[in-house]
Design a protein around this ligand. Structure first.
Ligand code: SF4
Ligand code: SF4
Length: 623
C-alpha cells in the first residue's frame, strides 16, 4: 500500500486505523456513544489487511479493560474502548492496572461526552488520568486522533505503561481525509506547543528554558514523553490561549476570523499528563492566559498563576458543558474588547441565525420510536399500577421517563439496586408500595445480574421488567450475550436471560410479547398479587421478560401487523393516547379536534388502537 492512500472517515475509524497500523493484536470494548464505532473500525481494517487481530464486544467495560490488560501483561499490543461513564465501571481494574507491569502495550481509549449529548452525566477522563498519573493524550481532530492512537500504542509498548487516549464526541464523529499507511510505518510527531506565528505548535519551534520535571511526580514518564529539544521562546503577548482537544480547533478558527493570529498566541496541548514543561514558559511570557478545555479545569489547575490564568474556575468559561463555536467566539470577542485588541476583518454573517430566531419549531422532546415495543411495556406498567415507584435504567428505554414509567436513572444496573433500596425503605412502616423496575437486555447482562442476584438473596419484593429487544439498540445494534454472535458476525453460544433468572431461583418468571398490552397488564397485576401474598420468609422479586425485537434491527423482517390505522374514526379528542402512549406518529389535529396518524412515521403496530378506549381491533384487520 502506498502512503498516498487516503480515505474519508470519522474520528473513531481514524483511531481504529491508528491502532491497527501500530500493530494492535487484541481489542475489547463495551459499546457506548461516542466510542462505539472503534471496534467495527478495527474489524474492518483487520479484514482489509488480512490481519489476526482479535476484537470482541465485552459484557461491560471492566471485562474489556481486564481482557486487554491480560493480553498486554503477557506481551501483546492490546487496547480497550469505552465511553467516559464506562470508565467508572472499569475503575477498580483501572486503578490496579496502572501499578502492574505489562510486557506489551495497553491503550485505553475513553471517549468523553461534553454536553452531555448521550450520557447521563459529563465527566473528564483527563482529570482521572492526571490524578492517577497515567499518561493521557487529547487529540483535537479526527485526523490527529489516528496519529495519537498510533503514538499511544508505540509509547505504551516501549515504556510498558498503560496510556489513555481521550477523545470527545466531536473528535470521534467528525469526518476527515485520513492517510492510510502500511502497518508499522506511520511516523508521528505530536504537533503541540506553539508555532512561529504564535499559532498552533510544531514542537521545537522556540521554547526557552525547559524545566527539568515540571513538578510532575513521575519523573521518568515526564522525561520520556517530552522528547523535544526547544531552546528559545520569542513571543510575549498581552493575552495568550492554552487549549486542548476540540476547543483548540475551534479557537484556531475564531482567532483566524478575528484576524488576530499574529497577536494572540495559542499553546496547543495534546499530552495533558504529563504536560510539557514548556507550557509554563508560555504562561510566564504572556500577560494573561485563557484556558479552553473540555470539560473540567485540568490544564487550568496545572498552570494556575493566580488571576493571570483564567477559564472555567473564575466563570469566564461556562463551568460545565460543551465549548461550542458560539461560546468560544463569544469569550474571545469579550476578552479582546476588554483588552482593546479588536482588529477584525472577518465579520460573520448573522443573518441566518437571526432568520432562524423567527422560525418557531415545534418542541421535539426525546421519545421512543413509533412502534417501539418498549412503549407498550411502559404503558402496561403505568396502566397496571399507576401508584408504583418506577426505578429505571440506562439505554433507549430511559425514554420511558416521558410516559411516567421511569422515575430514576443513575447508572447501568442502578435501577435494580434502587428498587431494592426502595423496597426496604417503603416497607419499614409495614406498608407495601408497588415497585416496578425496568432494564434492557444488554444492560441486564452488563450490570443487572448482580443487583438481581442481590435482591433475590436478600428477599426483596418488586417487579423487574427486562425489556428484551434482542440487541444493544442505543449504541448501534451490537449483539448481546443472548444474540449468539461475536463482534465480527461469527455464530457463538447464546446465553438466555430466562436461564440466568431461573438460575437465581426466581419462581415468578413470565415471558410476554409487549405488543400484547392486555396480557402485559394482566401479568403485572398477577406479579403484584404474587409479591403481596408471598408473605413467607423466602421473598423474591418477580421478573417479566418483555420480549420483542427492536423495530430498527427487525426492519424488513416483519410485516406491519395491520394494513391501515384508522384512529380518526370515533375519536373524541380526549388526547389520552398522546399523553399516555406518546407515539410520535400520533398527531392532534386542531381543526378536526381529533387525533390523526402521520403515515410516514406509523409502523402500523396497532398499539394505539388498544390504548384508545374508543377503539378495538376490528375483525379481519389482524393478519
Ligand atoms: S385516546 Fe382515542 S379518543 Fe382519545 S384522542 Fe386518542 S384516538 Fe382520540
Ligand atoms: S399504529 Fe399507532 S402506535 Fe403504532 S406506530 Fe402507528 S400511530 Fe404509533
Amino acid at each position: 500500500m502506498k502512503d498516498v492512500n487516503m480515505e474519508v472517515m470519522i474520528g473513531n475509524y481514524s483511531i481504529a486505523r491508528g491502532l491497527v497500523e501500530a500493530g494492535l493484536e487484541l481489542a475489547a470494548a463495551y459499546p457506548g456513544t461516542p466510542s462505539s464505532e472503534i471496534i467495527p473500525g478495527i474489524i474492518e481494517f483487520n479484514k482489509r489487511e488480512h490481519g489476526h487481530i482479535h476484537a470482541e464486544w465485552s459484557t461491560n467495560e471492566r471485562c474489556a479493560l481486564e481482557v486487554a490488560f491480560g493480553a498486554a501483561s503477557i506481551g501483546r499490543k492490546a487496547a480497550c474502548m469505552m465511553k467516559q461513564v464506562g470508565l467508572n465501571v472499569a475503575f477498580p481494574s483501572f486503578l490496579g492496572a496502572r501499578r502492574k507491569k505489562i510486557k506489551g502495550g495497553l491503550v485505553i481509549i475513553c471517549c468523553d461526552d461534553p454536553g452531555p449529548q448521550s450520557s447521563q452525566t459529563e465527566q473528564d477522563t483527563r482529570l482521572i488520568a492526571t490524578l492517577l498519573n497515567i499518561p493521557v493524550l487529547d487529540p483535537s481532530s479526527a485526523k490527529e486522533a489516528g496519529d495519537v492512537a498510533y503514538y499511544a500504542m508505540e509509547y505504551s509498548y516501549e515504556h510498558k505503561v498503560p496510556v489513555i487516549v481521550r477523545s470527545t464526541h466531536r473528535v470521534s464523529h467528525a469526518r476527515e481525509n485520513i492517510t492510510l499507511y502500511q502497518i508499522g510505518t506511520r511516523k508521528v510527531a505530536l504537533n503541540e506547543g506553539i508555532g512561529e506565528a504564535g499559532v498552533k505548535g510544531s514542537r521545537g519551534q522556540g521554547v526557552k528554558g525547559k524545566r527539568e520535571n515540571g513538578g510532575h511526580p513521575n519523573h521518568s514518564i515526564t522525561q520520556s514523553l517530552n522528547h523535544s529539544s526547544a531552546s528559545s521562546y520569542p513571543l510575549s503577548a498581552k493575552f495568550g490561549i492554552v487549549a486542548s482537544g476540540m476547543s483548540f480547533s475551534i479557537a484556531m478558527d475564531v482567532i483566524f476570523e478575528l484576524n488576530l493570529t499574529q497577536r494572540i498566541p495559542i499553546y496547543k496541548v495534546i499530552k495533558v499528563n504529563p504536560v510539557d514543561p514548556d507550557i509554563y514558559d508560555f504562561v510566564d511570557n504572556a500577560g494573561r492566559v485563557l484556558v479552553l478545555e473540555e470539560t473540567d479545569s485540568v490544564l487550568e489547575a496545572m498552570i494556575h498563576r493566580g488571576n493571570k490564568v483564567f477559564g472555567r474556575r473564575n466563570g469566564y468559561v461556562p463551568g460545565a458543558g460543551e465549548l461550542t463555536y458560539d461560546i468560544i467566539r463569544g469569550i474571545i470577542e469579550q476578552i479582546v474588547e476588554e483588552m482593546g485588541m479588536e482588529e477584525r476583518t472577518f465579520f460573520p454573517d448573522y443573518s441566518i441565525e437571526e432568520a432562524l430566531k423567527e422560525i418557531r419549531f415545534p418542541p421535539r422532546p426525546p421519545r421512543l420510536c413509533a412502534g417501539c415495543p418498549h412503549r407498550a411495556s411502559f404503558f402496561a406498567m403505568r396502566y397496571a399500577s399507576p401508584e408504583a415507584i418506577f426505578p429505571g435504567d440506562i439505554g433507549c428505554y430511559t425514554l420511558g421517563i416521558s410516559m411516567g414509567a421511569v422515575d430514576t436513572c443513575i447508572d447501568m444496573g442502578g435501577g435494580v439496586n434502587l428498587a431494592s433500596g426502595f423496597y426496604n425503605a417503603c416497607n419499614q412502616d409495614e406498608t407495601f408500595t408497588p415497585i416496578i423496575a425496568s432494564i434492557g437486555d444488554s444492560t441486564f447482562f452488563h450490570a443487572g445480574l448482580e443487583p438481581l442476584y442481590d435482591a433475590t438473596k436478600t428477599g426483596k419484593r418488586f417487579i423487574l421488567v427486562i425489556m428484551d429487544n434482542s440487541t444493544t439498540a442505543m449504541t448501534g445494534m451490537q449483539p448481546t450475550p443472548q444474540t449468539g454472535m461475536t463482534a465480527d458476525g461469527v455464530k457463538t453460544h447464546s446465553i438466555k436471560i430466562e436461564d440466568m433468572v431461573r438460575g437465581f431461583g426466581i419462581d415468578f418468571l413470565k415471558i410476554i410479547d409487549p405488543y400484547s398490552i392486555p396480557l402485559m397488564v394482566e401479568t403485572i397485576r398477577e406479579a403484584h398479587a404474587y409479591l403481596v401474598l408471598d408473605n413467607h420468609s423466602a421473598h423474591k422479586p418477580a421478573v417479566i421478560i418483555a420480549r420483542r425485537e427492536c423495530l430498527l434491527s427487525a426492519k424488513g423482517k416483519h410485516e406491519a401487523l395491520l394494513d391501515t390505522i384508522n384512529i380518526e374514526q370515533d375519536c373524541i379528542g380526549c388526547k389520552s393516547c398522546i399523553k399516555l402512549f406518546d407515539c410520535p406518529a400520533l398527531i392532534f389535529n386542531d381543526e378536526k379536534r381529533k387525533v390523526t396518524v402521520d403515515e410516514g412515521l406509523c409502523t402500523r403496530c396497532g398499539m394505539c388502537l388498544l390504548v384508545c378506549a374508543m377503539k378495538r381491533p376490528r375483525k379481519g384487520q389482524n393478519k
